[in-house]
Ligand binder design. Structure first.
Ligand code: FRU
Length: 487
């Protein structure tokens, strides 16, 4: 039945839509931001997303909808939620982000209804349900939570529902004092027995002036007996806009004890991720590969509106914890099914002269490099991507400082700047670079560090190389693969 309704094929012409990714998710048309309601339900992965089907700018938020058997090939379904009721019908608001759970075969969506009011937006937590996973009915008793715990109108959104034992929990992002007004970020915890009545239990996270003015899209999940909390702080003092905490949780007393804090992805464009369990019990995260204008490093939304779409999602990433409580996020293995090996080079000498890599699809490819730092005499590597027309995107690995940089200052005529992250400098290293027309994901040391960014190269930017700035380097393995379109 669901297969019957799902649209089998999109009508793209990748020739005309040159920046449209070939293997990352984008909306068929219009604007996309956060992934919502991710769930494996009745044999399909369901992906909902913040969406404006009418044009390529953020307004009147809908929930777009697609399904997949492998999280790579998606089929579009009709829009799941549209802003059409007094508590969610507003061009400056709509059906904001949220999550999904299954109970007794029914699919429940939790979202924030947002309309103008007070000094900004009135944000209430709402529910919709479906028996077939396609048609959704908004609950007659909405909103199910109308005010934050303070009892006054504040930023209060993005309910993520999960279960522990026979209890349902919901985390909601908030702010005491307002995201824009220099407020203090909060993640609130609510509990329920029936998904309808919710009781406030306490706070999972409080910024106390240190972590930002509002925590968007909070999430909470168990990994190896630890509890991971993720959220997307507005105005984090050190610009950690994709925060994760690892710790222990006492749900009875609502006490979260943090043991480690890190960054999910330090690139320009990674935000509002959500997690879910795949059919094999792996914890998978998908994020939005773009950003908003309030972000200090944000310049513009890029040129893809010319092609009638804007916004992409990351490759689904599987989360694991290492012995130091650090999160590793690695692309799902189903990504391998669309790859073709173009070249495998072993024990190669790299010098100042560019060593060219030649993926057969120069806009949709993967490069994997592995080696030992002790064999990199230069202790420095440069990787040039999407090179041509005097433009290039550069990745630099500085093994002395332990810094990885993604440099898009000369990538195209739309973007600029560099981002970097500090990595643990062990002898063995491996780097995976995914390039997909206008998306780049740079993944170091098995997902321990990631830098993601959008770039908008011209068609002629087709070259790719590795070099050292001085001396030489021996690389154990360099693999070049092309990736097929999933559309
Ligand atoms: C994060 C966010 C959410 C909100 C949604 C609106 O990107 O601002 O907090 O629910 O986008 O589209």
């Amino acid at each position: 039945m669901i297969e019957h309704i799902a649209k089998n094929k999109r009508e793209y012409n990748l020739e005309k839509e040159h920046w449209r990714p070939a293997y990352h998710f984008s909306a068929p048309k219009g604007w996309l931001n956060d992934p919502n309601g991710l769930i494996y339900y009745k044999g399909y992965y369901h992906l909902f997303y913040q969406h404006n089907p009418k044009h390529c700018n953020w307004d009147s938020m809908h929930w777009g909808h697609a399904i997949s058997k492998d999280m790579m090939h998606w089929k579009d379904l009709p829009i799941a939620l549209a802003p059409d009721l007094p508590y969610d019908n507003d061009p400056d608001g709509g059906c904001f982000s949220g999550s999904a759970v299954e109970k007794d075969g029914i699919l429940y969506l939790f979202y924030t209804g947002a309309i103008k009011g007070g000094n900004g937006l009135i944000q209430t937590q709402c529910m919709a349900y479906s028996e077939d996973g396609v048609h959704f009915k908004k609950y007659e008793g909405n909103p199910i939570i109308s005010l934050p715990p303070s009892g006054v109108l504040e930023d209060f959104r993005d309910p993520k529902v999960f279960s522990v034992g026979d209890k349902w929990y919901m985390v909601i992002g908030g702010s005491v004092g307002g995201a824009e007004g220099g407020g203090d970020g909060r993640i609130y915890l609510y509990a329920s027995d029936d998904l309808l009545q919710w009781e406030y239990k306490g706070n999972i996270l409080e910024s106390n002036g240190k972590l930002g003015t509002m925590f968007e899209c909070p999430d909470m999940f168990e990994l190896n007996g630890k509890w991971v909390v993720t959220c997307f702080p507005i105005f984090h003092p050190k610009n950690n806009k994709a925060l994760y905490c690892v710790g222990t949780m006492d749900f009875e007393n609502c006490e979260y004890h943090i043991e480690h804090i890190g960054t999910l992805d330090a690139g320009f464009d990674y935000y509002a991720s959500q997690s879910f369990l795949d059919e094999n019990g792996n914890r998978v995260l998908i994020g939005w590969l773009h950003g908003f204008s309030w972000m200090p490093w944000f310049e513009n939304s890029g040129p893809t509106d010319i092609e009638g779409w804007r916004g992409t999602l990351s490759i689904p990433r599987v989360a694991t914890l290492d012995k130091n409580n650090q999160l590793h996020l690695q692309p799902i293995s189903n990504l391998d099914n669309i790859k073709t090996l173009d070249a495998l080079e072993e024990n190669i000498q790299i010098t100042k002269t560019k060593h060219k890599l030649n993926p057969s699809d120069p806009h949709s490819f993967e490069i994997k490099i592995s080696g030992n730092v002790s064999e990199i005499e230069s202790r420095f590597l440069e990787i040039g991507l999407l090179v041509g027309n005097n433009k290039e995107t550069k990745i630099e690995l500085d093994f002395i400082a332990g810094v990885m940089t993604l440099d898009r200052s000369n990538s195209d005529v739309y973007t600029s700047g560099k981002v970097n992250c500090i990595f643990d400098n062990e002898d063995k290293f491996d780097l995976q670079v995914l390039v997909d027309h206008s998306c780049i994901e740079v993944i170091l040391n098995k997902g321990r560090h990631i830098l993601s960014a959008n770039v908008y190269p011209e068609k002629e930017q087709t070259e790719c190389y590795i070099r050292t700035p001085y001396k030489s380097a021996t690389l154990r393995k360099v693999e070049t693969r092309s990736l097929k379109s999933v559309w």
